[in-house]
Design a binder for this molecule. Structure first.
Ligand code: DC
Length: 219
């Protein structure tokens, strides 16, 4: 039986960063499900998919192939064999993802894709609904949270490093709106049996240490 670690939580909690480190430390395959949603957002935008039409959505999924690959320790995201690793991390795609994410048919299709991506592997999968919808029987469930202001500060810093034009105020506003969508229409929910880790006042190393301790107890 494969070993599954589910890491859920809102944007900017450091899920991606800690997941990568833990995967490497403990020999797990890490799966960034946000990147998978971002691919669908990019595809739907480029191909002007009518998201109100379920047949178009079904067809879109027949034409989408997403591959997540590690190259020199860096996650590369391929959409139909095109490297989209950078394009999917822009504010435009952030916005489109909040439009595709709440569509129930898309969420159902994504659950199938995520289970397929994990098949037969020992994985650490990060997202919003991994411990609830994708792997309700995961061996370890973590809900990583942090205050919105701190998460916005982190995202703002990240954007500046990538030379994405923005202000802290705008990033905070977007973050609060994204939380609202994630919590109401998106799949963000804390599983009852998930361990809550609050990263507001913790360094990445401290978060990694805390989560690895929980995982090692179950391994
Ligand atoms: O983690 P992220 O910021 O890369 O996620 C991008 C978007 O995808 C975000 O708006 C929430 C959505 N998402 C989701 O609805 N369910 C998941 N399992 C992962 C991401």
């Amino acid at each position: 039986m494969a070993f599954i670690v589910a890491i859920d939580g809102p944007a900017g909690t450091g899920k991606g960063t800690v997941t990568k480190i833990i995967a490497k430390d403990l020999g797990l395959v890490d799966i960034d499900t946000g990147a998978m949603y971002r691919c669908v957002a990019l595809y739907s935008l480029r191909n002007q998919i009518n998201l109100g039409n379920s047949e178009e959505i079904e067809k879109m999924f027949e034409n989408i192939k997403i591959d997540l690959q590690k190259e020199n320790d860096i996650l590369k995201v391929y959409l139909n064999d095109e490297d989209v690793s950078s394009i999917i991390r822009t504010p435009e795609i952030d916005k489109q993802t909040t439009i595709v994410g709440p569509i129930q048919l898309i969420r159902r299709k994504m659950v199938d894709l995520m289970r397929e991506a994990a098949k037969g592997k020992n994985v650490i999968m990060e997202g919003r609904d991994i411990g609830t919808a994708v792997f309700p029987n995961a061996d370890v469930k973590i809900y990583l949270d942090a205050e919105a202001e701190e998460r916005a500060r982190r995202r703002y810093k990240e954007n500046c490093q990538k030379h994405i034009d923005c202000t802290y105020e705008k990033v905070l506003e977007d973050m609060i709106n994204r939380d609202k969508t994630d919590l109401t229409k998106g799949g963000l929910r804390r599983a009852e049996d998930a361990v809550l880790v609050d990263s507001t006042n913790l360094t990445i190393e401290e978060v990694v240490e805390e989560i690895e301790k929980i995982i090692k107890e179950k391994m």
